[in-house]
Ligand binder design. Sequence first.
Ligand code: ZN
Length: 108
Amino acid sequence: MHYEECPVCNTEMKEYTETIDWMGPIAEHYATCPNKCYSYEYAYGYTTVQITIRGHNLMFGWSYSDDKKTLKAETDAIDAVLEAARHAQAEDSIIQDADQAQRPQESR
Ligand SMILES: [Zn+2]
């Protein structure tokens, strides 16, 4: 079994696949980042991708019957959001490090 990495933070994602014989080779497939920044879900011909940037949840999706133009618009948007999410995480970790350096005594 292969594993997938979170496209935002590169952590190995938790995956779940269920095969239902009459639905085809893969009927349901879920992958969730343990840090909750990305999740992917495929079920009953419909794909849902959720990306979280600083607590804001963005959701994308398409169905197997959508045309290629719709699919490309969604995947292009996902690429842009993933890039923004990676930048946001990198910035936040720099800010957090600076915070901790300035206030070493403070406990959260
Ligand atoms: Zn992640």
